[in-house]
Ligand binder design. Sequence first.
Ligand code: RIB
Length: 307
Amino acid sequence: MCMITVLGSINVDIIIEAPRLPQPGETVVGLAYDLMPGGKGANQALAAHRAGARTMLVGAVGRDAFADTALVTLREEGIDLTHVQRSMGFRTGLASVTVDPRGNNQVVVASGANYEVSAANLPEGSVDRWKMLLLQMEIQAGEVEKAVSLCHQAGGRTILNLAPALPISEPTLDAVEVLIVNEIEAVALAHSFALAGSNPQALAKALAERRGRAVVVTAGEKGAYLAQPGTRVLHFAAPNVSVFDTLGAGDAFVGAFAAALDAGMPLIEACRRGVAAGSLACTKAGAQAAMPRMPEIEAMAVQLVIS
Ligand code: RIB
């Protein structure tokens, strides 16, 4: 039976609405703030679940009050949290998020308990040829590498969202079925391969040719680019939506994308659904609260233009 295991981060997001994002050394005064569940691993697990996948999250939180805030939505939605551990030494991960009136954000993350998340926490049977492993870079890079290797050896499918774009070994990058990065991450990764440029379409192409496998570059309001070696890059235009905040939009893309692939859909359909989910996530506040559900995603996905 198909299933997605997410090995990744769980955070509480402290979200401050500010008149603008601060410069280095500057204090900007906002008014309202909120505490919300977040973390790229948790967000993507929820996004995949709402997009129709059976999902398990493997991660860690602290033994503090923030742990409940971090897990509340995942628990309510029935995501399998059996393998979320309670750290003895670290607090629950925390993200300080500032959002400006245009919906742009600035995020700083304190890893906390996410630092202890290990590939060894993956339960027996969670990686095999019928299952998909979904990873991001908010746990230690070495553990991502080990998890990819385990999954690869077991014949499972892996998707790596290289967010943030931390250094990672080339064999790991080569082993994952699909690599997903945003424009900033694409530039950083390309730079590490001595590839120049900042055009997302060209970067998607260059990275896919280099890796010999599929690369998706998400590009905010420009949509997303899907590149596969030896073929033309496809562009998925993002629909016009009224943006509240873009927090978690990338996670919505990745979760819906993974759910589509896990359900046996082709890459093109997965990208179409990813762009729809990412766009819908921008229309609401916060990360997890904004994750769209299957009917909304499908309704928007059919309207998207691919060129
Ligand atoms: O991708 C958005 C997420 O990044 C936020 O929820 C925050 O926790 C950071 O991990």
